[in-house]
Design a protein around this ligand. Structure first.
Ligand code: DLL
Length: 468
C-alpha cells in the first residue's frame, strides 16, 4: 500500500514535470518564432530556396544584359548570353565586378533602370578617387527595409522598441538603412545620427531608448561616456546592432558589459545594398545571409577560384532582386567563411563568420601579413589595456617600423615604471608569437587616442607603398 502511494505521487509529479516541459517547449518555440520576421523565406527549405535563387538569378542576368551596357559588354567579352545561366551553379561563368569598375562608371554608369525610376542615391566615400554611387528604385528600398526588419526582429525587437539610430545619416547607408528597417517593424525611431555624445546620452536616458544602432567603436565610446556620467542604471537599452567596421568577440564582450546589452553584428556594403546583407540571430554564431536577395560565394583572392566549403576566403556577392544597380559577382575584399550547419534559431540560411579582415587592408610589414583585427585580439587578451589602439607603420633605412599605441585602463595606469615596462614586454611578446613580427608597443594614457563617431581609423601607414 505504502509503495503504491509513493508510486502514485511519483507518477503525478512525473506528469506535472512532463507537462511543464511541454509548456516550456511551446513557450520557447513561440519566443523563437516571434524573433523571426519572415518565416517563409528565413526558414525556407534548402531545395525550395535553390529554386527561388535559380529563378531570381536568371531574371537578374536578363535584366543587366538588356539594361546595363557595362554588363552586356562584360558578358559579350566572355562569349556568354543569359541563355547560359540556368541555375546558381552557372554563377561561376559570369564575370567578376570590382570596386574600380564602379568607380570608372561614376556616377550612374552601372544603373540598370532609367533615372526616373531611381528614388534614392547613396555613396561611399572610399579612401582614394571617386566615390562609389548606388541608386535604389522603390522596390529596392522596400527590399532594404525588409532585410533590416529581419535583422532587428532577430535581435528580439518589435513595435514596442525605441531605436536610437546613431549611424551617420546622409550618403552613408548606415543611418537611413537602419531607420527604415526600424520603422518597418513599427518601432519608434530617434534619427539622431552619429556624434554629439552628450545629446546621445541625454536622449538615451530621457526617451528610454531600448535599441542602439551605430558602429562598434562608437558604441564603446558611448559606453565610456555612460560610465563617466554614472547613468548606466538609468538606461533601458537592451540590444545594439553594430557593424560597418571589423570588431572582435572581445570587443563585443566589452560593449555588452559597458552598456549592459546584447550586441549583434550586422554586415553590408553600399555596392550591394548597405546594412542588411547579413545579420546575427540570438545564437550569435555567425551572420545569416539574406540568400533570397544576395548570393554568396567565397573565392581565393589570388587564384579567384572557389575555396572548399567552409574555408576562409574573399566574400563575393551577387544581388538577385535589385533593380536600380544590380551587381554581379562583386568582390567585396572582405575575408570570411561560410557556415552551412543548421542554426539553433530555426533559420535555414547559410551564415558567414564575423569578418576576419580585408584582403586589401592587410598590412605587409617586413614581409609578414598583418591584419589590424589580429592585433586587436592580442590587445584584448590583456585585462590592463582598453580596446583603443592605433597602429603606425613607417619605413626607416629601408626597414619597416611597426608601432602599436594602446591605452591603459584608468585603474591600471600607474607611475610605477617597472609594472608598465613589464606590461609592454608581455604585449610585445604576445604580438611576436601570434603575428610573427616584433612590434614596438607604446602604452598611452587613458582617453588619449582619438575617438570616432563613425568608422574608426586604426592604421596610419606612412610608407605610401600602394599610392595610386
Ligand atoms: O558600412 C554598410 C553598413 C552600415 C554595414 C551599417 C553595417 C552597418 P560601406 O560604407 O560601403 O557600407 O562599407 C562596407 O565595411 O565591405 C566591410 O569591409 C565593412 N563592414 C561592414 N559591416 C561590417 C561588419 C557599410 N559587420 C565595408 N564587420 C564592407 C566588419 C564590416 N566589417
Amino acid at each position: 500500500m505504502g509503495t503504491f502511494v509513493v508510486c502514485k505521487i511519483t507518477n503525478k509529479h512525473r506528469n506535472e514535470a512532463t507537462n511543464f516541459k511541454i509548456l516550456l517547449f511551446f513557450a520557447l518555440l513561440k519566443k523563437l518564432k516571434s524573433m523571426i520576421w519572415n518565416e517563409s523565406y528565413e526558414c525556407m527549405g534548402r531545395e525550395e530556396m535553390r529554386e527561388v535563387q535559380n529563378k531570381r538569378l536568371r531574371t537578374t542576368v536578363e535584366h543587366v544584359y538588356h539594361n546595363s551596357p557595362f554588363y552586356r559588354a562584360k558578358m559579350q567579352e566572355l562569349g556568354i548570353t543569359p541563355m547560359d545561366i540556368e541555375t546558381i551553379d552557372d554563377l561561376v561563368k559570369l564575370p567578376f565586378t570590382i570596386k574600380t569598375d564602379l568607380r570608372d562608371q561614376y556616377p550612374f554608369g552601372l544603373f540598370s533602370v532609367p533615372m526616373s525610376e531611381i528614388v534614392r542615391l547613396h555613396a561611399s566615400s572610399g579612401t582614394t578617387g571617386k566615390p562609389i554611387v548606388a541608386g535604389y528604385t522603390r522596390k529596392d528600398l522596400s527590399t532594404w527595409s525588409e532585410v533590416l526588419a529581419r535583422t532587428f526582429t532577430s535581435g528580439g525587437c518589435s513595435r514596442n522598441d525605441i531605436f536610437q539610430i546613431a549611424y551617420g545619416y546622409g550618403l552613408f547607408t548606415g543611418g537611413l538603412g537602419a531607420h527604415y528597417g526600424a520603422e518597418n517593424i513599427g518601432a519608434s525611431v530617434i534619427p539622431i545620427s552619429a556624434g554629439n555624445t552628450e545629446k546621445q546620452i541625454q536622449l538615451m536616458t530621457d526617451f528610454g531608448s531600448t535599441a542602439l544602432c551605430c558602429t562598434p567603436s562608437y558604441a564603446l565610446y558611448l559606453g565610456e561616456a555612460v560610465e563617466d556620467k554614472g547613468v548606466k542604471d538609468k538606461l533601458k537599452l537592451k540590444v545594439g546592432f553594430f557593424g560597418a567596421e571589423p570588431w572582435t568577440e572581445a570587443m563585443r564582450f566589452e560593449i555588452e558589459k559597458k552598456l549592459n546589452i546584447k550586441a549583434y553584428d550586422i554586415f553590408g556594403l553600399t555596392e550591394v545594398i548597405g546594412p542588411g546583407v547579413s545579420y546575427e540571430c540570438n545564437a550569435q554564431k555567425g551572420m545569416h545571409i539574406n540568400e533570397d536577395h544576395f548570393l554568396p560565394e567565397i573565392i581565393n583572392p589570388v587564384t579567384l577560384e572557389p575555396v572548399a566549403p567552409g574555408e576562409v576566403g574573399e566574400l563575393v556577392l551577387t544581388t538577385i532582386t535589385k533593380e536600380g544597380m544590380p551587381v554581379i559577382r562583386y568582390r567585396t575584399k572582405d575575408l570570411t567563411r561560410l557556415m552551412y550547419e543548421p542554426c539553433s534559431c530555426g533559420r535555414t540560411s547559410v551564415r558567414m563568420h564575423k569578418i576576419m579582415g580585408r584582403s586589401d587592408d592587410m598590412l605587409i610589414i617586413r614581409g609578414v601579413n598583418v591584419f589590424p583585427t589580429q592585433i586587436e585580439s592580442v590587445l584584448m587578451e590583456f585585462g590592463e589595456t582598453a580596446p583603443h589602439y592605433h597602429l603606425y607603420v613607417d619605413r626607416e633605412n629601408n626597414t619597416d617600423t611597426f608601432d602599436v599605441h594602446v591605452e591603459v585602463r584608468p585603474e591600471n595606469f600607474t607611475d610605477d615604471m617597472s609594472s608598465m615596462l613589464n606590461l609592454r614586454k608581455r604585449i610585445e611578446a604576445r604580438i611576436q608569437s601570434v603575428v610573427g613580427i616584433h612590434a614596438h608597443v607604446k602604452l598611452v594614457e587613458p582617453r588619449s587616442i582619438e575617438r570616432s563617431t563613425g568608422k574608426a581609423q586604426r592604421v596610419t601607414d606612412k610608407r605610401n607603398l600602394y599610392k595610386e
